[in-house]
Design a protein around this ligand. Structure first.
Ligand code: HEM
Length: 307
């Protein structure tokens, strides 16, 4: 079952953020760790400039992200990750990947990749950096993007990043913009986003959009009230926002989890809540999320599975 279930009694038009408790991990390691790291590294080898980008001048923020991520891994899984720090001389040991790296903190020449690009290959999360009063996207490693890619968004402020959905949920995005401006150091927040997909392919960056649209068209005949459960995946993103103490940049982490609809719907309460949310989601949002063609079959399926 999905570890997070962001469905309540109706579509939530609020931004849905909550403080990330001190006891919760910033970066999660789960049973898909090895497979997802391998996939990330394969994508980054094939198309490095598509999956990782940075604008010049954000070195401090990149090192802060590296430090934050490594220390979080060690704190929550000291058996799997070890970090020896002797002044600026750091020794990283990743037992899950059986690999290690010695480097000088703050000296980019001692790492094989940019700090953000290197540390992104240690975690399942996509990692995005935003800076300035407008929270512009200045760097990121994005392998599992859901319908977007760095080429489209690098350099854009938060507001413009969300241009396609501003007309649909403007008040929500105004609140989110304020949150980006005011997020304090040491008080990270969490939000869970949801979507409904016809495949569990993790990399849904924009270069795959035409193929994914075609896949949906091909599968439509199978998306009936009887069979849709076996063909549709619930895809959620555990998103975190953390202000970096020195640079003031914001780290946006995205951990994607997914599960087959039929598995989620074995829980009647979950089926009921999904039915309630999908049936109250504005049509414009249903369209944006690419659910219009199969919504009636989806609701009919869920209504049969709820208590
Ligand atoms: C509290 C913070 C945030 C809120 C409330 C928020 C809300 C949303 C919502 C409602 C959508 C529509 C998609 C959906 O619901 O499935 C969306 C899409 C998106 N969000 Fe956010 N978001 C937040 C933070 C961020 C941040 C920090 C980034 C940084 C890159 C980001 C990047 C995007 C992108 C790229 C899309 C897809 C836009 C497109 O279709 O071109 N979001 N966001």
């Amino acid at each position: 079952m999905l570890p997070y279930f962001p469905f309540g009694q109706q579509f939530n038009d609020k931004m849905g953020t909550a403080p990330l408790p001190e006891s919760d991990r910033l970066v999660e390691v789960d049973e898909h760790y090895q497979a997802e790291i391998a996939l990330k590294r394969q994508l980054l080898t094939e198309l490095p400039g598509y999956y990782y980008q940075t604008l010049p001048g954000h070195e401090t923020a990149q090192w802060e992200v590296l430090e934050t991520v490594l220390q979080n891994l060690v704190r929550f899984a000291p058996d799997q990750f070890i970090l020896h720090q002797a002044g600026n001389r750091w020794h990283w040991i990743n037992q899950l990947l059986t690999e290690e790296q010695v480097f000088t903190f703050g000296d980019a020449a001692t790492l094989p990749l940019d700090p953000l690009d290197w540390v992104g290959r240690q975690v399942q999360e996509d990692l995005i950096l935003l800076t300035g009063t407008e929270a512009a996207l200045v760097a990121g490693q994005l392998c599992f993007g859901n319908g977007w890619c760095l080429d489209e968004k690098v350099g854009l402020p938060f507001w413009q990043i969300h241009a396609p959905i501003i007309p649909i949920v403007e008040p929500m995005m105004q609140a989110a913009q304020k949150l980006m401006e005011r997020l304090p150091v040491g008080r990270p927040v969490l939000r869970i986003n949801w979507s409904v997909k016809v495949t569990d392919q993790l990399d849904m960056t924009s270069r795959h959009t035409p193929a994914l649209d075609q896949l949906l068209a091909d599968r439509l005949p199978y998306l009936t009230p009887e069979t849709i459960g076996e063909h549709i995946y619930i895809r959620i993103e555990r998103q975190t926002l953390t202000r970096m103490p020195q640079s003031g940049a914001i780290l946006f982490g995205i951990h994607t989890h997914q599960n087959l609809l039929a598995h989620e719907a074995t829980d009647q309460a979950r089926a009921d809540r999904m039915a309630k949310v999908f049936s109250t989601t504005p049509r414009t949002m249903i369209d944006y999320k690419g659910m219009t063609a199969f919504l009636p079959a989806l609701l009919s399926y869920l209504n049969k599975h709820k208590q």
